[in-house]
Design a protein around this ligand. Structure first.
Ligand code: UDP
Ligand code: MG
Length: 306
């Protein structure tokens, strides 16, 4: 049976990138249709994540010219992970495969036929992994490298160099509904499912147009979501008092050896720092618990093209 594919594209203020990237996406989609690898009613599914520019107007207009481009609009900015989830849930209604990809051509849609080949070989998930990151700034490259290193410590399933460009089967989409946690971290959830999967490498390019919608705050939020999921925060919060205790112990030992209490930092100072650190952890963990208990919807759809 020929599968129906949806390419899910989260869009946050992408009015400049979409006119450049959509023709490229359409081209690859058409190629797969012509080759008979996907059904004729396969589509591009754009998720407007509460953009404040004319992204939604652009989506509505282009849908009138190309019916295979569809869109849903979220009522406000819910963040990329939730926008992806909203798109996957929509794709799940009628499609056999979903491929998620950024709107700015930084991920190479050209590897899609290879992803499809691996899907046909029986893989439920195919991960796009960045080979080169020449398109990213030095800061972005080094923070990303450290991010994957730290994440790998807490979440051994982490796939270094993989972000959110991936193919997933209908079975995976259905299972995603079972994940109830509020802090959505797809990069951790999917490898953890344990399904047969494969990897396809590609070069990370420069953004086609427009600017990054990922503020430093959003990046920290994503990293924290990952740590929360893997229980990393729990490990860190247990480490904090242990580290404070070790410092206190060393402090006392030095005092005994030196015999001069003025030379050493006061133990009161150190205790204050430790208490402050603990408070910071407690507040963030408290926030997460509150979010879980409130159980608010992950996203709200306010509009759709069809
Ligand atoms: N994005 C989103 N919601 C957000 C931020 C970003 O849907 O709050 C989308 C964005 O439109 C793009 C993808 O997520 O398709 C990746 O974002 P971006 O290119 O801005 O991040 P970067 O590549 O700089 O990490
Ligand atoms: Mg980008």
């Amino acid at each position: 049976m020929v599968p129906r594919l949806a390419v899910v594209i989260p869009c946050y203020n992408e009015e400049e990138a979409l006119p450049v990237s959509l023709p490229v996406f359409l081209n690859v989609l058409d190629g797969l249709k012509k080759a008979g690898e996907i059904r004729q009613d396969s589509c591009l599914l754009l998720v407007d994540d509460g953009s404040t520019d004319r992204t939604w107007k652009y989506i509505v207009d282009i849908h009138l010219q190309h019916t295979e481009i569809r869109g849903i609009r979220l009522s406000r900015n819910f963040g990329q992970q939730n926008a992806l989830y909203a798109g996957i849930m929509k794709a799940r209604e009628k499609c056999d495969i979903a491929v998620t990809i950024d709107a700015d051509l930084q991920d190479d849609i050209g590897v899609l036929p290879e992803m499809m080949r691996r899907y046909r070989m029986g893989n439920e998930i195919v991960y796009g992994v960045r080979k080169e990151r020449k398109g990213d700034s030095l800061i972005k490259r080094s923070t990303a490298e450290w991010y994957y290193r730290v994440m790998k410590l807490f979440e051994p399933d982490t796939i270094p160099g993989h972000a959110d460009f991936r193919l997933m089967s209908r079975r995976v989409m259905d299972l995603l509904c079972e994940y109830r946690g509020q802090e959505l971290y797809l990069r951790g959830i999917l490898p953890n499912m344990g399904f047969r999967s494969s990897v396809v490498f590609y070069d990370r390019r420069k953004r086609a147009a427009g600017s990054s919608g990922y503020s430093p705050g959003k990046m920290v939020h994503l990293a924290v979501s990952g740590l929360m999921r893997s229980g990393g925060m729990k490990k860190l919060s247990l480490l904090a008092p242990a580290a404070a205790f070790a410092v206190l112990l060393m402090d006392s030992v030095f005092r005994l050896i030196e015999g001069d209490p003025k030379k050493m930092p006061g133990s009161g100072d150190i205790l204050l720092h430790a208490v402050f650190l603990e408070q910071a952890f407690l507040i963030s963990i408290g926030n997460v618990i509150l979010k879980e208990v409130q159980n608010e919807p992950r996203y709200i759809v306010s509009d759709a093209t069809d």
